[in-house]
Design a protein. Structure first.
Length: 483
């Protein structure tokens, strides 16, 4: 974020007296406005609305131990319902512009690692247990203590890493970057476009969207990100109507035949809390819950810190306001995801799009959550935004978050090296958790070899030990006879 932006976003020393909605959410006190919050809420929704398509695809494409699959229509309803409720709860209870929905990566673990070992009800029961355990960690103060134990510059690195990560997601989702098939027999993992060059109309929409977004940002146009998303969606609809396009990916920008569709709540409430222990064995179930907890714990932590930093909401000690409530709500979202059969829900890094539009309070969540609520009935209309039209927002926000790199002391290797590993590991491993783990382990090791082990908070030692197990989970499972 530029210095000018910082000045614009900094609350005044004596905020104007405000009551009602403004006072409750501290909108004026945080240097925001109702208009900014509404634009931010819309921007966040449109950059994460893909989850309404992607989560049902991931969960619906897998079979449980007994060969059962989940209904796509019911999964869309479950995904929208939990996202709606928990995003609103986070907005009111946490007062942060931090939207919540089914966690990518977490849903893949549920679909492809857990479900094949038990029934879907059992798998969702383990998700509920994961969320309960996270809530317990919050209530004991352990989760907040861990966050407070992280050095401020390492937190800055987490935010920068997330920025690169979501920019990479944008490039990949839009088809600007793609994985080179293994059959190509090359050591180069990714390439430009699908065949080493840009081809097709969808990628053109993305490129034009990026140019439009950065142009609007450079001219400091209010609503730049949202204007770009809406404009490029309209362009995509027109192009799809007149051109012969093989595929847009997950979402095709077509005007739907019908706007309203009835939600199907058939999956809500279908879970078995301890069935997975009987079906897969206690040790396996415990390891599966551990994997979910560790991934959710640090993905959410990194997201909360990164989004709060980008919004300029961290206090002088680098702490998130009301962090206890925020962390508890995030844990409750995991519980809600299991109860609704939508997989574990968590805070979304795409919330940065709303922050980029000026959102600074939980009021933006009311807008985002409301749109997810509408999606229960208007799914055909609200899912026509193709990834190529939404992804430019992720590129722009990645730039804004990248600017925090200047706060890291690159001449001090004991923090610079862990910060570097945190930043690069996130996009390179496609995981926030892996990036945080790499940074934590490097920080502990470097402090130790420099004879400064006593400067490391004991919680960082404990967490780093857990990450060591996390990274070595395969040999650990083999030693324990799980595999």
């Amino acid at each position: 974020m530029s210095e000018a932006q910082k000045v614009d976003n900094r609350p005044s020393a004596v905020p104007p007296a405000a009551g009602g909605v403004d006072g409750f959410f501290k909108i004026s006190a945080r240097g925001s406005s109702i208009g900014r919050e509404i634009r931010g809420g819309f921007a966040t929704f449109f950059t994460m609305a893909y989850i309404l398509v992607l989560n049902p695809i991931i969960l619906g494409s897998a079979k449980d131990k007994f060969g059962h699959t989940l209904d796509t229509g019911q999964l869309v309803t479950a995904t929208a319902l939990v996202a709606c409720v928990m995003t609103v709860v986070m907005g009111i209870g946490g007062n942060l512009p931090l939207a919540i929905a089914a966690g990518l990566g977490l849903n893949a673990v549920v679909a492809f690692q857990i479900a094949p070992l038990m029934s879907w009800d059992d798998a969702m029961g383990l998700v509920v247990l994961e969320g309960i355990l996270i809530c317990v960690l919050v209530l004991t103060g352990l989760r907040e203590a861990i966050m407070n134990a992280i050095p401020q510059q390492l937190k800055q690195a987490i935010g920068v890493g997330i920025g690169l990560f979501i920019a990479f997601i944008g490039f990949v989702d839009a088809g600007f970057v793609s994985r080179i098939p293994d059959a190509a027999n090359t050591t180069v993992p990714v390439q430009l476009g699908a065949v080493g060059r840009l081809t097709g109309w969808p990628v053109l929409v993305f490129c034009l969207g990026v140019l439009l977004t950065i142009a609007l940002l450079a001219r400091k146009v209010k609503g730049a990100i949202l204007i770009s998303i809406v404009t490029m969606t309209v362009v995509a609809i027109v192009i799809d109507a007149v051109a012969d396009i093989k595929s847009w990916g997950l979402t095709t920008p077509k005007v739907p035949d019908k706007i309203v569709d009835s939600p199907d709540f058939g999956l809500v409430g279908h879970f078995s809390l301890f069935g997975g222990f009987a079906e897969a064995g206690a040790l396996t179930a415990v390891l599966l819950v551990f994997t979910l907890v560790l991934s959710d714990f640090f993905d959410a932590m990194g997201t909360i810190v990164g989004i709060s930093a980008e919004a300029g909401l961290l206090d002088e000690q680098g702490q998130v306001p009301g962090i206890g409530r925020v962390l508890f709500i995030d844990g409750a979202a995991a519980v809600a995801g299991g109860l609704g059969s939508a997989s574990s829900n968590t805070a979304y890094i795409e919330s940065a799009a709303g922050v980029g539009e000026g959102a600074r309070t939980g009021f933006a969540n009311l807008v985002t959550g409301g749109l997810f609520g509408l999606a229960l009935f208007l799914t055909p209309l609200l899912t026509i935004v193709p990834l190529q039209a939404a992804a430019p927002a992720l590129i722009a926000v990645g730039f804004l978050m990248m600017t925090h790199v200047k706060h890291i002391d690159w001449d001090k290797f004991e923090i610079a090296i862990p910060a570097f590993l945190t930043i690069v590991a996130m996009p390179f491993t496609y995981s926030i958790t892996d990036g945080i783990g790499a940074g934590f382990l490097a920080y502990v090791v470097i402090k130790t070899v420099l004879g400064k082990a006593k400067e490391v908070n004991w919680l960082l030692w404990a967490v780093s030990a857990l990450f060591l197990v996390y990274f070595a989970i395969d040999p650990v499972e083999q030693l324990l006879g799980v595999k």
